[in-house]
Design a protein around this ligand. Structure first.
Ligand code: P6P
Length: 333
């Protein structure tokens, strides 16, 4: 059994110039994940729409789990002194870590602390998504938005934690995708899937078909393609949609599939956030031999213009993303 901590250090030693700062950062995320996991498992006791009515030992009322997850990860990252600041779905603006040590941190982190949190009150799995960059402004000065508005291919590392039937941490530093399963009896993440790759072919498609009438024609045509009978290409595919990006992506990564959240009438630029949902998942997808686009261009090449901008998202088995792009591009001609 190899723990996440051992694996991180082992991988660090493969980089002669590694200073251990990224290892410290990943360990902070590991700590945050353990704390969030503990409270998610008590979710039945916490009224996620507000406070639980239960006060903790400091006499503070328990807070909504996604706010709790955000505060937990912020505190863990700030304490390590290697992160200069963060951007989060739970924060309108970027958060500069004000302590002296963090001013010299060379990394910034973007995160969705608890994606799919609306599923918690129906006991459906949810996730934390994180994305790590080296800052572009000089170390020692306060970070700026430009440190965060980098194209996704500049990511140093990315990953997610999925709080499901088991809790797993899945990440990549650009040398493959590795997955660790949490063993609560000893409080460690153990390596369970090394160098995860998408299957060559997939037959699962994940999309909220309730919005079918609002989808672009190319998406409608691709859905019909997935539903057609064709033995040679193993169609019809299976429709699976949990409504939690991390859960849908994780299943499709292991079993082979595509997840699509396209532009709709309600979300003309797509619903998912480019910086802390699409980019980290796209980074993992490519590291696992898959593909991620907005239907037309590579997600990781998009130059962001604002922290919370949205993007249409097509991610999964390369062949399946290619097929969907063909319908999108034919439709736009
Ligand atoms: P819809 C959760 O709110 C989320 O951001 C993703 O995790 C999920 O895939 C998607 O939105 C679900 O959106 O519109 O299908 O409920």
């Amino acid at each position: 059994m190899k723990t996440l901590g051992e694996f991180i250090i082992e991988k660090q030693h493969e980089f002669p110039h590694a200073t251990g700062e990224l290892s410290a950062l990943l360990s902070a995320i590991k700590l945050g994940a353990k704390i969030i996991n503990r409270d998610i498992n008590k979710a039945g006791l916490v009224d996620i729409t507000g406070t639980s009515g239960i006060s903790n030992i400091q006499g503070e009322m328990q807070m909504k789990l996604d706010v709790f997850a955000n505060e937990t990860l912020k505190a863990a990252l700030e304490a390590r002194g290697v992160v200069a600041g963060i951007a989060s779905e739970e924060e309108d603006k970027l958060v500069i870590f004000d302590n002296q040590k963090s001013h010299h941190g060379k990394y910034v982190v973007l995160m969705d602390p608890l994606d799919g949190s609306s599923n918690i009150d129906v006991n459906v799995s949810v996730g934390t998504i994180f994305s790590i960059y080296q800052r572009v402004t000089p170390v020692g000065q306060p970070i700026q938005e430009s440190d965060f508005l980098q194209p996704g291919h500049k990511q140093v590392a990315a990953g997610y934690i999925i709080y499901g039937s088991s809790t797993m941490l899945v990440y990549s530093t650009g040398c493959g995708v590795h997955a660790f399963t949490y063993d609560p009896s000893i409080g460690v993440f153990c390596l369970s899937h090394e160098s995860v790759k998408f299957p060559e072919k997939g037959n699962i498609y994940s999309i909220n078909e309730g919005f079918y009438s609002k989808f672009p024609v190319g998406v409608k045509q691709y859905i019909k393609y997935c539903q057609q009978e064709d033995q040679k290409t193993n169609r019809p595919y299976t429709s699976r949609y949990i409504g939690s990006l991390v859960s849908d992506f994780h299943r499709n990564l292991l079993k082979g599939g595509i997840y699509i959240y396209p532009q709709t009438a309600q979300y003309p630029n797509g619903k998912l956030r480019l910086l802390y949902e699409c980019n980290p998942i796209a980074f993992l997808a490519e590291q696992a031999g898959g593909k991620a686009s907005d239907g037309y261009q590579r997600i990781l090449d998009i130059l962001p213009s604002e922290l919370h901008q949205r993007s249409p998202f097509f991610v999964g088995v390369t062949q399946m993303v290619n097929d969907s792009e063909q319908f999108m591009q034919k439709d736009s001609q």
